[in-house]
Design a protein around this ligand. Structure first.
Ligand code: IMP
Length: 197
């Protein structure tokens, strides 16, 4: 089955294509269709933003469209940066800049517990919607470690593994990540949905 991806984030694209390919889903990039749809994320929850993105791309392409809305929720910062993870600190910052800002805001803060959250939503041209959520618990590291992944991966420390997400291989990250879990739950729902229809 072919599904259009409602994202331009190269880190997400890589992870979602790899995970969904294993489930027999072929992810089509908007660029393959000659499209580049930008959706304003005006929702206040991951679920709302995921739906906004998938719906807009499904309407424009008339194909099933899948989106991931995700972010890092830090307990000591009352859940920030949360749905604003991609825009934390404003438009002037890149990924390393946002990581630096997070570490500054965490100086002297306890506890350092946090979680990544991902909501995957797929919208079908007939109006049907499938959605799944995944979470991964961790702590905010004191300093960035590792070269892999993207975004906040260098400061997302996984205590049982004693490594940050950026120190894991892509396979190791996908096996435990919020996105990996959400996509696994999603593919179970997708199978049930396809069997019924
Ligand atoms: P959005 O879902 O496009 O609004 O952006 C999600 C943002 O959350 C990304 O730009 C990253 O900053 C952060 N994020 C989400 N998932 C991950 C991840 O797996 N690793 C690191 N950062 C992530």
């Amino acid at each position: 089955m072919k599904i259009v991806l409602a994202s331009h984030n190269p880190g997400k694209m890589k992870e979602m294509s790899a995970i969904l390919a294993a489930f027999g889903v072929e992810l089509v990039l908007q660029s393959d269709l000659g499209m580049h749809i930008e959706v304003e994320e005006t929702g206040t929850t991951f679920r709302e933003n995921a739906l906004l993105k998938a719906q807009a791309v499904m309407k424009a392409t008339r194909m099933p469209a899948i989106s991931d809305d995700s972010g890092l929720m830090v307990d000591a910062l009352n859940g920030a940066p949360g749905v604003y993870s991609a825009r934390y600190g404003g438009p002037g910052l890149d990924d390393p800049g946002r990581v630096r800002l997070l570490l500054e805001n965490m100086r002297g803060q306890m506890p350092r517990t946090c979680r990544f959250v991902s909501v995957i939503t797929c919208c079908f041209p007939n109006g049907d919607v499938l959605s799944a959520r995944g979470e991964c618990e961790g702590t905010v590291a004191f300093t960035p470690m590792g070269e892999g992944g993207f975004g906040y991966d260098p400061v997302f420390f996984v205590p049982p593994l004693k490594k940050t997400f950026a120190q894991l291989t892509a396979e190791e990250k996908n096996a435990i990540s919020h996105r990996g879990k959400a996509l696994e739950a999603f593919q179970v729902k997708l199978r049930e949905y396809l069997e019924k229809s």
